[in-house]
Design a protein. Structure first.
Length: 477
């Protein structure tokens, strides 16, 4: 049981209200969170934590500011340990790779300048290669609801920290689903923004052309607030993009919207019998919110997903760890090494063939946006116990990416949303998917889904804060 906080919850809306009303202070919240971390059951969340004095120093500097002057005043957050936080080592869950950054990543700096307080660096699948949260020399990261189950990866530590009330939000990365799978397994919002919306400057690459910084939050409103602060063009990062103006659809304004779902025979649940009725309920739920359901051909998305690990994009992962593989290959987790070493094989001809194939799949998949505003799928088709993954680590991991691996290859945005619980008490989630720059539309719809479903906050016995209207176009350059 976590020690009590001086506020109802760490949801940003609740904490911001407490600061405005002088019911607590950033210094008090830091003390309470570090006490919670010390008392929390071991879930393999953290790789490194700074001395409490460091967090207190930042909290105390906020005392000279009015809470209303900073959008994330006193909001505690966690950082996946492949994202630089000055003064703490960046390991990517590989001690032999570790380095001490002198400067925080671009997105971390923006968040801290807005008043957010970093609490620590979180555990991950080594080099962000995996969707299970187990491939780490720092130990497996365990599910916040049942420690026998996986947390999801690769950003497992970031998700579990938020779900267990140890941070208000956290940063992860998402190349193949790492910002959505852990969200689904831990009853969170997981925003996989449009690629380039949040700079990857100061982030250890996974597949550099496809990487995205992800946001885990207790509510869709919290994710939107964090994204509006963290986003922005980074001239020093070649893959940062200037955000296009305008939005694609506005379900709050229009009322009725069309959402696509995979045709029934294309849905995959890998033997899980608890998830199908929950997905059917989520479809019915979206219809009650004004959505018109349209089955779509999911085949182009399935074929695209296969390209990510069966195609030449593995070479990008190989580039990152090439020196380690040549000089200290035993420093890599055995499963991680097995996957990444295959990236040494693709030839330039294979890379171009894959690009041609991908472009054809992009063109086929684009047709659905003529008919629907948003695509909804399960975030994952099933879940697994840790012991299951230990026996069959690669094949079962592949199952977890069925609904996620295509997204960055097709340049889409996505939000994982809580959508109920299995009879065993484990969370189920769906993903809302849209074209590039539809991020805030998706978050607004996610807020409606989350509030009307009445989901609780993460793994905590706390209700959602009161629903708030989202800003439709909070773009920052």
């Amino acid at each position: 049981m976590n020690p009590p906080l001086s506020v109802r919850s760490l949801a940003i809306a609740d904490l911001a209200a407490a600061y405005r009303e002088r019911r607590t202070t950033p210094t008090r919240i830091v003390h309470e969170i570090f006490a919670r971390i010390a008392a929390a059951p071991d879930r393999g969340i953290w790789i490194s934590l700074p001395p409490i004095e460091r967090a207190l120093e930042q909290a105390e500097t906020l005392g000279a500011c009015e809470p209303s002057t900073l959008p994330l005043y006193g909001i505690p957050f966690a950082v996946k340990d492949n994202i630089d936080l000055a003064g703490l080592p960046t390991t990517a869950a590989c001690p032999a790779f570790a380095y001490l950054p002198s400067e925080s990543a671009f997105v971390v700096r923006r968040l801290m300048n807005a008043g957010a307080i970093p609490i620590g660096k979180t555990n991950l699948d080594q080099f962000a290669t995996g969707l299970v949260g187990m491939r780490s020399p720092y130990g497996a990261c365990r599910n916040s609801f049942d420690p026998d189950y996986i947390s999801g990866g690769s950003s497992g530590g970031s998700a579990v920290a938020v779900a267990m009330g140890l941070a208000s939000f956290s940063l992860g990365t998402d190349t193949a689903g790492s910002g959505r799978v852990p969200a689904a397994f831990n009853n969170l919002i997981g925003l996989k923004p449009s690629c380039g919306r949040l700079s990857t400057g100061g982030v250890v690459p996974c597949c550099r052309t496809l990487d995205a910084v992800a946001i885990f939050a207790l509510t869709a409103e919290d994710a939107a607030r964090v994204c509006s602060v963290a986003e922005g063009f980074d001239a020093a990062e070649p893959y940062s993009r200037r955000i296009a103006a305008g939005v694609r659809f506005a379900p709050r304004a229009r009322g009725v919207f069309r959402f696509g779902v995979p045709q029934r025979e294309q849905l995959q649940f890998f033997g899980n019998t608890a998830y199908p009725p929950l997905f059917d309920a989520a479809v019915a739920h979206l219809q009650r919110l004004g959505g018109e359901c349209m089955p779509i051909d999911f085949a182009p998305f399935i074929e695209t997903s296969r390209l990510l690990y069966e195609g030449p994009w593995l070479a990008e992962r190989y580039i990152v760890v090439e020196a380690l593989l040549r000089g200290a290959r035993d420093a890599l987790h055995p499963v991680t090494r097995q996957i990444i070493e295959a990236g040494a094989k693709p030839a330039a001809t294979e890379a171009f063939r894959a690009q041609y194939r991908l472009q054809g799949l992009r063109r086929r998949s684009e047709r659905i946006w003529d008919d629907v505003d948003v695509l909804m799928t399960p975030t994952v088709g099933t879940t697994y116990r840790i012991r299951d993954i230990e026996v069959d680590p690669v094949r079962l991991n592949t199952h977890l990416g069925f609904y996620t691996n295509f997204m960055n290859l097709l340049d889409l945005a996505g939000v994982a949303v809580p959508a109920g619980f299995t009879p065993a008490g484990l969370p189920f989630g769906v993903s809302l998917v849209g074209p590039t720059w539809s991020d805030y539309d998706l978050l607004a719809l996610a807020a409606r889904v989350q509030h009307h479903a009445g989901a609780r906050l993460g793994a905590q016995e706390l209700p959602l804060p009161e629903e708030r209207q989202l800003d439709w176009n909070p773009h920052r350059s």
